[in-house]
Design a protein around this ligand. Structure first.
Ligand SMILES: [Zn+2]
Ligand SMILES: [Zn+2]
Length: 344
């Protein structure tokens, strides 16, 4: 079967691999649709370490091909996939932080993933789609990550939320916030087109900011916009400048949530005096939780969030190595892969 395999950071190839054989409790899925995540690009760039060689891809929809883990009537059913597994027993799991599970397992990370014609999952990871279109269900995992960040940010009870960075997940965050919260919602991004798109998706205000530096004027306008003090900032960019501005712009008792992935060499300069004087709260989120995944399924099924307009296009497996290397298409939105495998 055709597979996209990362052999070393920066080196990814279309390779022929044998179709994987399901073990006890496992199912072979024929991949119908897979999404390229910014995490996949970070893995490709070596910002995240995974055991290599590895078939990438953790966002996918597939049809059940062969499985010891499901009744025969499941064969041919199209399912979404909960890509991550948590042990439930380690100290972080027991403390309610499953995303930090010491035995964390995930497709495209600790095991081969969805950038292939077929992949193996455990039966309990399947979400039968019913009437949910694959083009919507492929967003289950990214939306779950967004919902986890929103829960941590307490955005639901915030008066003003600034989404920093209007890439695909920043825009999904804006869409989700405008569908689920009453907060005043604004966005900043260095790219004017992305700011404009975020405004069309429900942000009430937006500003273009430079990639580096303090952006003092924008800060003044944001302070006027959030008259009672900016309460929540969710940074989807991972940019040190954006994080420094978030601390500077936010008001008393504000909560800043770090959601974007940074270069491992990145460093942020912060003033303990400023943080102390405002009692700024900072929290990072890594990935999603099982609860957020269930919420994502509900929101997508109810049609309250429809991320299909955030897709940049549908490509074939053979296009993926170049797309990961260039990054250009990924910058325009979610790239979906249709592997097109046939049979079981
Ligand atoms: Zn993802
Ligand atoms: Zn655990």
């Amino acid at each position: 079967m055709k597979s996209v395999v990362l052999t070393t950071p920066g080196s990814v190839h279309l390779t022929d691999l044998p179709r994987p054989t399901p073990g006890e409790g496992e199912v072979r899925l024929r991949v119908v649709l897979a999404g390229i995540c910014s995490t996949d690009r970070h893995i490709f760039q070596g910002h995240f370490t995974v055991q290599l060689p590895r078939v990438l891809g953790h966002e996918l929809v597939g049809s059940v091909a062969v499985g010891a883990g499901v009744p025969p009537t499941w064969v041919g059913q199209v399912c979404g996939v909960q890509p991550a597994r948590f042990c439930g027993k380690c100290p972080p799991c027991r403390r309610g932080l499953p995303e930090l599970c010491e035995q964390f397992a995930c497709l495209g990370n600790t095991q081969d993933g969805g950038f292939a014609e077929y992949t193996l999952v455990r039966a309990e990871q399947l979400v039968p789609l019913g009437s949910l279109p694959p083009e919507v269900a492929v967003w289950l995992e990214p939306l779950a990550c967004v919902l986890h960040a929103l829960e941590v940010s307490a955005a639901a009870t915030s008066q003003s939320v600034l989404v920093s960075g209007a890439g695909t997940l920043g825009k999904l965050m804006v869409m989700t916030l405008s569908a689920t919260s009453q907060a005043q919602l604004a966005v900043v991004d260095p790219n004017p087109d992305k700011v404009q798109q975020a405004l069309e998706l429900g942000a009430q205000a937006g500003w273009v900011v430079p990639r580096s530096g303090p952006a003092t004027e924008v800060g003044e306008q944001i302070r006027q916009w959030a008259a009672d003090g900016l309460q929540t900032v969710i940074d989807t960019s991972g940019s040190p400048a954006a994080i420094e501005r978030a601390i500077d712009w936010s008001g008393a008792g504000a909560r800043i949530v770090l959601f974007g992935v940074s270069d491992p060499e990145a460093r942020v300069t912060l003033s303990p005096t400023v943080i102390l004087s405002k009692e700024t709260q900072m929290r990072a989120v890594a990935g999603m939780t099982p609860t957020a995944f269930i919420q994502a399924e509900h929101l997508l099924r109810a049609g309250r969030v429809d991320p299909r307009r955030l897709a940049a296009g549908v490509v074939e497996l053979s296009d993926v190595p170049q797309i990961l290397a260039e990054g250009k298409l990924l910058n325009r939105g979610k790239v979906l892969i249709r592997p097109g495998g046939e049979g079981l």
